[in-house]
Design a protein around this ligand. Structure first.
Ligand code: NAP
Length: 487
């Protein structure tokens, strides 16, 4: 497709740009002389531009289409095509492609990640540790759990379904609103968004943006969600009436929000910056290396198919999760990550009869065959420093270590060195060797999330734990069998 002239208005992805440059005649607008207006640039190259590669930040409107008489195809580096004037494209017979499916899992992961981050206050807890407050002020305040919540999905399409599947694995009940009811008997359909919001704890916006879904989350919906409810938006900013959202959050009429998208990107409302019940990320739903590469390949494949008169295309993947200790918590993790299409590997002393999970007889082998290694075993003499340098090296520079077991499971000195030298890709740590002390070197690292031993720190769980302690004491006093005897 060397003869295909392609317009790129702005850098989007280095790999995509490099391949477009290699395979087509690439016109980069941003390399025009500084200050040169777009219309001048378009006039100079209009004769050879037959394709535009766009994304939500750099759309294709009627004026751009009119300026390009030879335009044959708009290949969007996104699934949402609300930024392309589709009516105009239809009128001119211009083909439009997007990048569905390959990003579904990442955006669904982020929706669940934001839900947990808001309810469990993960970014705030990380800041608490880094600011030295764990040592100074003691335990972090209790949070609210995500598992078991009533999750409502607005738009049960590819991403909405992937969110539902993940939330189900967290024991959540699922309800949804779409234009039509779907053949999913376990999910409750609501014909109207206010009713949906009134009957859920977490409302996740995952619909496409169109005239009907503009401000679909208005003040009435926000009020129906209420002071205990949480809004997650991974759709588009314009789905939500942002000034109403801001005032509801500021006035505590809404419980919390996790936002990836905003009405006027790259601007996020500053009134939200100081709020503790809000988690903000900068439109990164599909921004993983793997997915951006797959999206770029889909853009390139579509352009190639177009140039050679072939049908336009599509493909996908899940991280390998290794779990040390497939006990109660380990199994709960396995069930949840399975819903993210992650193959599950595990190590413990004895192999179990789990047909879907692969057993490795050593931690080093487990680490070598996992992308994410999760420590979920009890601490004893054999499991102290079970994650040592050899294990970290087997996990490698792209590997991620998650420790929700006990600090001494991991050789912390080796962990710090491995992260500092790039021998290990990243770490998520709830526990440390000498709590509340956290190694200083971790606090400045970008690829590390540190929270102050708050794994079970939700109101619901701590109440259940307290009830169990009281019941054990009562059973002891009444000479009845203990509920959870250990010794
Ligand atoms: P999809 O499979 O086309 O799903 C979109 C869903 O929206 C459909 O199920 C549709 O359901 C629903 N919908 C459309 N109009 C509606 C209306 N008026 N009322 C209620 N529901 C409506 O698309 P997808 O791949 O899941 O992507 C969904 C959206 O996510 C994209 O359009 C994009 O805006 C957003 N997105 C964001 C990021 C990010 O980085 N944050 C990344 C990728 C995508 P019915 O047809 O049944 O109504």
């Amino acid at each position: 497709m060397e003869s295909l002239g392609v317009l790129l208005l702005h850098p989007m992805n280095a790999y995509l740009e490099q391949e477009l440059d290699r395979r087509c005649r690439l016109h980069r607008f941003w390399e025009a002389p500084p200050g040169a207006p777009l219309d001048e640039f378009l006039r100079a190259h209009a004769g050879s531009i037959r394709a535009v590669v766009s994304n939500p930040a750099y759309g294709v409107d009627a004026a751009l289409i009119d300026a390009l008489p030879e335009l044959e195809i708009v290949a969007s580096f996104s699934v949402g095509i609300d930024h392309v004037d589709l009516a105009k494209c239809r009128e001119r017979g211009i083909r439009v492609t997007n990048t569905p499916d390959v990003l579904t899992d990442d955006v669904a992961d982020l929706a669940v990640g934001l839900s947990i981050a808001v309810l469990r206050r993960i970014p705030q807890a990380d800041r608490y540790v880094r600011a030295g407050q764990w040592k100074a002020k003691g335990d972090y305040a209790l949070t609210t759990r995500f598992s078991g919540k009533r999750v409502a999905i607005l738009g049960l399409g590819r991403i909405g379904l992937a969110v539902a599947k993940r939330a189900e694995a967290f024991g959540c009940s699922i309800s949804y609103h779409s234009r039509s009811e779907k053949p999913v008997p376990n999910y409750k359909f609501y014909a109207n968004v206010v009713d949906l919001a009134a009957n859920c704890d977490v409302l996740i916006v995952a619909c496409s943006l169109n005239a009907e879904t503009y401000h679909i989350v208005n003040r009435e919906v926000i009020d129906a969600l209420g002071p205990e409810g949480v809004l997650i938006n991974i759709g588009r900013g314009a789905h939500v009436d942002e000034p109403e959202l801001v005032s509801a959050l500021v006035e505590k009429q809404l419980g919390g929000a996790g936002l990836d998208v905003y009405e006027n990107e790259p601007f996020a409302p500053e009134q939200l910056f100081g709020l503790d019940n809000v988690v903000l990320v900068p439109h990164v739903g599909s921004d993983t290396e793997e997915t951006c590469r797959a999206m770029a390949d889909l853009v390139l494949g579509n352009l190639e198919a177009h140039a050679s008169n072939k049908p336009l295309l599509t493909p996908f993947s899940g991280k390998r999760v290794g779990i040390i200790g497939l006990g109660r918590i380990g199994l709960a993790i396995a069930r949840r990550v399975e819903a993210f299409d992650c193959p599950v590997n595990y190590y413990q002393r004895t192999k179990q009869a789990y047909p879907n999970y692969s057993y490795y007889p050593s931690v080093v082998e487990l680490a070598a065959n996992s992308d994410v290694l999760v420590v979920a075993c009890p601490l004893n003499a054999q499991t102290r420093h079970i994650v040592n340098r050899e294990v970290m090296d087997a996990l490698g520079p792209k590997g991620v270590l998650i420790n929700i077991g006990r600090g001494p499971h991991v050789d912390e000195t080796e962990l710090v060195a491995a992260l500092a030298k790039g021998r290990l890709g990243g770490a998520g740590l709830d526990v440390f060797e000498e709590e509340p002390h956290v190694p200083e070197a971790l606090l400045g690292m970008d690829n590390v999330v540190v929270v102050p031993h708050m794994g079970s720190g939700t109101y619901e769980t701590r109440k259940a734990m307290a009830d169990l302690v009281l019941s054990n004491l009562e059973a002891h006093v009444l000479s009845k069998p203990l509920l959870t005897p250990v010794v």
